[in-house]
Ligand binder design. Structure first.
Ligand code: DGI
Ligand code: FE
Ligand code: FE
Ligand code: FE
Length: 187
C-alpha cells in the first residue's frame, strides 16, 4: 500500500489531533531510520499504523485481542495496552501488512519487550520523542536519540517506569522486560 493511501485510511480512523501525532511520529521515525540504518519505508509504514486502533471502543479492542488468544496477556492490564496488539491485527487483516517486523513494531509500541528489533526500537522511541511531546524530560530523551538508539530506548523505558510507578499504575511484564533488556543491549 502506498504511503498516501495508507495516510488517508489512517486519517479516516482517527480524530485529527491523534492523526497529527501519527504524522509527527512518522517523520521522527524516518529520521531515526536514516540515523541508525533502518529501512525508511518500513519505519514509515509501521509508524503510520502504530496507533491505528487507538480510537476504537474498548469492547471492540477487547474482541480483537481475545480473537487472537491474548498472546501478550494485555487484557488483565489497563485498556491503554490493548490498542497496540489490536492495531497489529488490523494492520495485517485490513491493510494487508505481512512483514513480521512491521507488525511487531505496531504490536509492542506501548510496552516494548525484551529483544526488540531495530525497527521496533525506532517506533517505540519516535512515539515518545515526536516534537509534540512536551512532558518534563522529553528533551533529554531527544538528546539520547541523537547519540544511540539503545541508550534512547533505555532512557524512554526508564521514563515510562518512573511515570507509571508515580501514578501507581500496574506495570506489564513486557514494559519491565523492555527496560531490563535495554540495559544489556546498550553495553
Ligand atoms: O498511544 P500513545 O498515547 O501515542 O502512546 P503509547 O501507546 O506508547 O502509550 C499509551 C499509554 O500506555 C501511556 O499513557 C503509557 C501507558 N503504558 C505503557 N506501558 C504501560 C502503560 N500503562 C500501564 N498501566 N502499564 C504499562 O506497563
Ligand atoms: Fe499508542
Ligand atoms: Fe509509546
Ligand atoms: Fe502513539
Amino acid at each position: 500500500m502506498k504511503a498516501e493511501h495508507l495516510k488517508s485510511e489512517v486519517a479516516r480512523r482517527l480524530p485529527a489531533g491523534r492523526y497529527e501525532h501519527v504524522l509527527r511520529v512518522t517523520e521522527t521515525a524516518v529520521i531515526l531510520a536514516g540515523r541508525f540504518g533502518e529501512d525508511k519505508e518500513k519505519a514509515e509504514t509501521a509508524s503510520l499504523l502504530h496507533d491505528v486502533a487507538k480510537a476504537m471502543p474498548k469492547e471492540e479492542l477487547k474482541r480483537i485481542v481475545v480473537s487472537e488468544g491474548d498472546p501478550s496477556a494485555v487484557l488483565g492490564f489497563h485498556h491503554e495496552l490493548w490498542h497496540g496488539p489490536a492495531g497489529a491485527v488490523i494492520a495485517r487483516n485490513e491493510f494487508g501488512i505481512l512483514d513480521a517486523d512491521i507488525l511487531a513494531a505496531v504490536r509492542f509500541h506501548t510496552t516494548g519487550r525484551a529483544g526488540m528489533s531495530r525497527l521496533e526500537k525506532i517506533v517505540f522511541v519516535a512515539d515518545m520523542i515526536e516534537p509534540g511531546r512536551d512532558f518534563p524530560g522529553a528533551d533529554l530523551l531527544r538528546a539520547e536519540a541523537k547519540r544511540s538508539l539503545d541508550s534512547a530506548l533505555t532512557a524512554c523505558s526508564a521514563h515510562n517506569l518512573q511515570y507509571l510507578a508515580s501514578v501507581r499504575a500496574a506495570i506489564h511484564p513486557d514494559t519491565l522486560r523492555c527496560y531490563n533488556d535495554s540495559l544489556s543491549q546498550g553495553k
